[in-house]
Design a protein around this ligand. Structure first.
Ligand SMILES: [Zn+2]
Length: 205
């Protein structure tokens, strides 16, 4: 596996935080990368890199081994992105996200809201009625929120996520067959047949 799928970036961003994305990229699919190499690559000091690595480690997203530097006498840690753990975490994360989106869709479809021009607050019809349809913050008249766009957006997100999850589970079901992968050769250029082209061009009525 040479390239790490971009979905891990989304996962790491959402689960650990934006700041670890460069680290994930620096680690890539390489194994046992020295923390000093990572620091150099990311232009950070060793403590900053370790801080990021520990954050990843909290979610079991990296593993490490240590080796003693014989000359200097101290330990150097070597890190690897934990792909299997990331896949498992990704599945859980996506399921939670999907449930949340579906719940939001139901709520959004069944519940109306009132907002003012400046969108200070978003109130239920009951709350809006209590305030005589005037925004408690700015005094503007509150109107019923147009929710179709939001609903469409939620539906899109749900469909996208479901598609992604299906693709992943199919990917995992695939037996790992190295010989089959080797058979994949470059696509041959199609041979142009002049006579056939002529026929096709002439056949138009
Ligand atoms: Zn307002």
């Amino acid at each position: 596996m040479k390239q790490k799928p971009p979905q891990f970036e989304v996962l790491v961003k959402e689960v650990v935080g934006d700041e670890v994305v460069p680290l994930l990229r620096a680690l890539g699919a390489r194994r046992n990368v020295s923390e000093f190499k990572l620091a150099e690559k990311l232009k950070l000091n060793i403590n900053q890199v370790r801080h990021l690595l520990y954050k990843m480690h909290e979610h079991n997203l990296v593993t490490s081994t240590r080796r003693k530097d014989k000359k200097k006498g101290w330990y150097i840690y070597y890190w690897t992105f934990h792909v299997q753990e990331a896949k498992a975490l990704l599945t859980i994360h996506q399921q939670t996200k999907l449930e949340r989106l579906k719940k939001e869709l139901v709520e959004e479809s069944t519940q109306d809201h009132f907002i003012c021009k400046s969108e200070c607050l978003r109130l239920t019809p009951e709350e809006a009625l209590e305030n005589e349809f005037k925004c408690p913050e700015c005094g503007e008249v509150m109107v019923q929120e147009v929710k179709e766009k939001h609903i469409e957006e939620l539906k899109k997100q749900i469909a996208y996520l479901e598609q992604e999850m299906t693709a992943q589970s199919q990917e995992q079901k695939k037996p790992k067959n190295k010989t089959a992968k080797k058979k994949e050769t470059k696509k041959k250029k199609p041979i142009r047949r002049r006579s056939q082209n002529k026929k096709l061009a002439g056949g138009k009525s």
